[in-house]
Design a binder for this molecule. Structure first.
Ligand code: MG
Length: 313
């Protein structure tokens, strides 16, 4: 890959650039295959297992508190009420609940009888686990045990808030703890990332993509998010990201080809792909030359990397 001029300015990008003999391992929502997703317990698992990078999702509550959760609404497959019963239906929306209203819900496990739960038979089942505030994770990253943690922070673009309101609330907490040199701002909403460039130019930006033809992923429900227009730049996503001043490309793994990886590298753009969970897919992504792999199964990834003579960072 061309030397990236960004590495000096943004040391956290080192965690996403492959080096000879090294690949990046990024825990998805913590390690969703093994631990309840987007929970402090899952992030602790990462810290205890020699992994430095995590991807996780942030939304604002009604009272504009950034919290770590993926769906725009409470999902019945992973949420129990104060009596310990699974929600009977999805909802309400996170943006319609205050932080204190959210605190009664338990997200320590997945309903293994649900279609979603059947995807994660090995996931630990815990109780009394709350949707974390972003600050809970940031505080963990400030402790000695979290001092090497790198944050791939996905900002979910909730339409009921102005993009600037979402970004400002998140960035404020990061900067208050001097964690901007360990954070990468990551989103499907490329307009929101443009706004990040304006409001937080001291943090690098990661561009997510998924082509419409491959939106059938079992592990990741189609998002209700704004999809970028890939038709410009002759359909070249790496060129579009480069033109937008982006620092990292995170394509859906079924969209990755060796040519695209080479094109991204020629532009100085590392490629970290999601969400890779099956042995064959890990093997393919390594063969295609990606810089990093975002996975629900960090244990599987490590086993495969070891067999391939790779170390992870
Ligand atoms: Mg995410």
């Amino acid at each position: 890959m061309k030397d990236s001029p960004h590495l000096q300015n943004f040391p956290q990008l080192n965690a996403f650039h492959a080096k000879p003999g090294f690949i990046s391992l990024i825990g998805h929502r913590g390690a969703r295959g093994l631990m309840p997703e987007n929970t402090i317990e899952g992030f602790e698992y990462i810290l205890n297992n020699d992994i430095i990078a995590i991807e996780f999702d942030v939304l604002l509550t009604k009272d504009e508190i950034p919290v770590i959760t993926h769906d725009f609404y409470l999902s019945k497959a992973i949420t129990r009420n104060s009596e310990g019963n699974w929600l009977s239906k999805d909802g309400p929306r996170i943006s319609n609940l205050t932080r204190s209203q959210l605190e009664v819900f338990d997200v320590g496990g997945v309903d293994k009888s649900s279609a979603y739960g059947r995807l994660y038979p090995q996931q630990a089942f815990l109780s009394d686990v709350r949707i974390p505030k972003l600050t809970d994770l940031l505080d963990l990253a400030c402790l000695p045990k979290g001092q090497n943690l790198i944050l791939l922070l996905e900002i979910k673009s909730e339409p009921s808030f102005k993009k600037s309101t979402i970004i400002e609330n998140i960035v404020f907490e990061i900067e208050k703890r001097s964690l901007s040199n360990r954070t990468v701002l990551h989103s499907f909403d490329w307009e929101l990332l443009e706004e990040c460039n304006r409001l937080a130019p001291n943090m690098p930006r990661s561009y997510l993509s998924q082509l419409p033809k491959s939106s059938d992923d079992l592990y990741d429900k189609p998002s209700e998010e704004i999809s970028p227009d890939f038709s410009s730049f002759n359909g070249s996503i790496p060129k579009a990201i480069k033109a937008a001043g982006g620092h990292l490309w995170c394509p859906y793994f079924k969209d990755v080809t060796a040519d695209l990886v080479a094109e991204a590298h020629s532009l100085g753009l590392p490629v970290c792909t999601w969400t890779v969970n099956e042995v064959e897919d890990f093997e393919n992504m390594i063969d295609l030359g990606v810089d990093g792999i975002i996975t629900d199964y960090t244990d599987r990834a490590k086993n495969i990397f070891k067999l391939r003579g790779l170390r992870w960072q």
